[in-house]
Design a protein around this ligand. Sequence first.
Ligand SMILES: NC(=O)c1ccc[n+]([C@@H]2O[C@H](COP(=O)([O-])OP(=O)(O)OC[C@H]3O[C@@H](n4cnc5c(N)ncnc54)[C@H](OP(=O)(O)O)[C@@H]3O)[C@@H](O)[C@H]2O)c1
Length: 275
Amino acid sequence: MPEKKLAGKTALVTGASSGIGRSTALKLAALGAHVYATGRRQEALDELVGIAEHAGGTITPEAFDIRDYDKFQGLIERAEADTGTFNILVNNAGLSHPDGIVDGDPEKWREMLEVNILSLLAGSQKAIQVMRKGGHEGHIVHISSIAARSDASGVYGGTKAMVSALATTMRKDLEDDPIRVVNVCPGAVITNFARNFPPDYINAMLQSLGIDIEFKPGMTLPPEVHDKVNAAASQLLLHADDIARAVVYGVTQPINVDVFEITVRPAKSLQLPDG
Ligand SMILES: NC(=O)c1ccc[n+]([C@@H]2O[C@H](COP(=O)([O-])OP(=O)(O)OC[C@H]3O[C@@H](n4cnc5c(N)ncnc54)[C@H](OP(=O)(O)O)[C@@H]3O)[C@@H](O)[C@H]2O)c1
């Protein structure tokens, strides 16, 4: 059993129904935090409750579209009211539509801007208000990306550049509060992130790893398949747990220690599809 370093803390992880958010929610719960886990797929969130309980943890699942900012902010208020505190917000929900700027669909740009940036702002705003009002120490974690620093990541990379820029300004704004900002920049991680990638690219990758699944656009694969891919290609693709450990490192430091940015990459670079 891990030491319950986060006993008595309340956390909220967005995008916890899959990938990095799922691993992070489970790790925070295993360390004793009461975790509110959000995403759109109720069934995937419900599954987390049992896994966390088995490890002696508590997860409260809430399925909704994170673009409902009133609902998101209301949940942060409710989490504090119900548990008496609010300490960790992990702004993880996010997506990529890899189409380029010249041929991309503005509605897909809108979705990325609304999920990757505006929901992060709405959640951070409410978390800061609740932490200040209640006098709670805490951490706000953004899951940015190395795409923020790439010249070939299209509109998605632009949204992540803004996430990193917002982390920088938020860190400065909160210097006089007992609230630290942690900006995590993952490289390639095997999750359902590639759900909007060209199916030919994904199918070729699965095939080359000996995984017999036909990927279709929008499809999500279960964590067991991600484990398999990671085992077969660990030099190219990290496991979501590798990023969750970075989040745990950031949020378990003393409040005077500012772990501002953590970059976690696989050993080798993965060639992503261009368009
Ligand atoms: N995987 C990578 O290589 C990588 C690298 C760098 C950064 N990142 C970042 O890591 C974060 C997590 O992504 P991931 O890789 O774990 O991908 P993932 O497996 O696809 O998980 C994305 C999560 O975000 C949720 N989400 C997406 N749109 C939403 C919406 N409108 N409302 C509510 N929830 C929504 C999804 O919920 P549902 O599945 O329930 O819809 C899911 O839980 C993202 O911010 C991504 O940009 C990923």
